[in-house]
Ligand binder design. Sequence first.
Ligand SMILES: [Fe+2]
Length: 278
Amino acid sequence: MPERPVLIAQISDLHIKSPGSLAYGRVDTAAALERCVAALNEFRPRPDLVVISGDLADTPTIEEYQHLKRLLAPLDLPFVGIPGNHDSRELMRAAFPHGYAFASGPLNQRLEIRGLDLLLLDSNVPGKPHGELDAPTLQWLDATLAASPDRPALVFLHHPPFRTGIWHMDRQNLRNAGELAPIVRRHPRVQLIAAGHVHRATLAAFAGARSTICPAPNHAVDLDLAQMREPSFKVEPPAYHLHSWLPGEGFGTVITHHVPIGNFDGPHPFFGPDGKLL
Ligand SMILES: [Fe+2]
């Protein structure tokens, strides 16, 4: 039997509204999350954990978090959430009360799954669309990374620490990425920095580490790389990310799979019963 990887499913930017409301008058984000939950439940082997990387709610309100909890109830997998700019720390802490590193303030978390560390950072700036990691969060990250230098770590946060070229998103990314960079460089065990916020799959390098943006189960930010349009979205094929960690030499190997959500034709065998290509 091949070694079993640690599988971390990442979903992002759910934007759950109160029941019956559509995002931007057009997108049924609740129905999109239902399809996403069904896809996660069906995937085999079962992921070890689902990380929801921000913008769980939309405006945000208590009612939205209650609706979110109802929509997540059928999820058969353990999950954790990080706030995005559309979230409220206080409402999120009330809705999901356990596991945070600090008793108040930013909702940072550390989890360990079979030798892999997950560090979840709260980049929310109350009332603002951009992100920032405050001083206690940066100190906590540095100290936590220093505590187990031999274990690989995946870092999750809502706001990407790099520019995507999409002008209206870049002005609201992680504003103090320059303070995160030296911490990442100091700790080579950071194998991936996984963000959300932009609703589209993106791969970059940040401070010598791989960095991704997770697509959304609902709408995508329009890929406008030349400021041709006002800020816009498109309803593109929904997807999530599946981060797979295999232990091995050094810090092992992290692979990020892009998984479309939907019912697709297949799987069909390549080979017939005689072993020949069909
Ligand atoms: Fe966001």
